[in-house]
Write a protein that binds this ligand. Sequence first.
Ligand SMILES: Nc1ncnc2c1ncn2[C@@H]1O[C@H](COP(=O)(O)OP(=O)(O)OP(=O)(O)O)[C@@H](O)[C@H]1O
Ligand SMILES: [Mg+2]
Length: 297
Amino acid sequence: MAIPLVPDASADTPIARAAQAAMIARAGGEPWPRPRSCRILTIANQKGGVGKTTTAVNLAASLAMHGSRVLVVDLDPQGNASTALDVEHRSGVSSIYNVLVDGVPLADIVRKVEGYSQLHCAPATIDLAGAEIELVPLVARESRLARAVTEYDSSSFDYIFIDCPPSLGLLTVNALVAAPEVLIPIQCEYYALEGLEQLLRTVDLVKSHLNPTLMVSTILLTMFDSRTKLASQVAEEVRSHFGELVLDSVIPRSVRVSEAPSYGQSVMTYDPGSSGALAYLEAAREMAFKDAAASPA
Ligand SMILES: Nc1ncnc2c1ncn2[C@@H]1O[C@H](COP(=O)(O)OP(=O)(O)OP(=O)(O)O)[C@@H](O)[C@H]1O
Ligand SMILES: [Mg+2]
């Protein structure tokens, strides 16, 4: 049997994990370039379960571990990002709901994430489920998050990630109005591209009526299963359609990624040597360096 010189980085075996852990250790926590001004990215896809929250949490953790100051805004009543970052979000706790509906300043609800010096979270509680309806009669209902973000001192952050619910309702529209950039995670599965047109139409509508600087800046392929031909076909199709917007790093399907949230952790701390952690680290690094190349200091 031939023994490969370089262990397969996508395999979740003890040897591969050890090799990956060594690679991470070698890279250390050395700082990556930080954007000149705060980058605000809305993570959207109205399709459920494509990896929006996982992407928000793990990109945020990776960037925070490499010198950036990062805020995750949980805009989903499910509160999955708050759970994964272990930030209290039982009903009644001050949350993004109060920011949107009551006009409470964002600064009042932002919490520090334990275990990181530079990672913060604006939690979501189940109360947010009512916001889609409660927002309807309110003044400037589509731009309430944008206003809160503008009033907040975003110069204290390098990145703000807004994690959207799986719908194109008022919550997602608020997120699209609040950010110049949209990051779309696409799951490498058969129906992946269905519904994408509707999302892109919504982005265009918001751009023409409410937020002229809005653009889709980043696409990330998630839950890639290297054993299936279909996953490669979907990845190829996405790349031929979106070209440069698609990050080179592809997130593999990895059981460690799905286990991490139940321990109130990102996979970056839960199992830093796993294939999923390494892929998110690479994706975050690409984002940091791509931006630095686009706008040299
Ligand atoms: N790379 C991966 N490998 C294995 N499981 C994953 C991976 N990424 C995400 N998952 C799991 O898939 C499920 C859906 O992921 P996630 O919650 O990030 O998607 P979502 O788009 O935020 O979902 P929703 O639309 O409900 O908000 C979760 O159980 C998550 O742990
Ligand atoms: Mg989610």
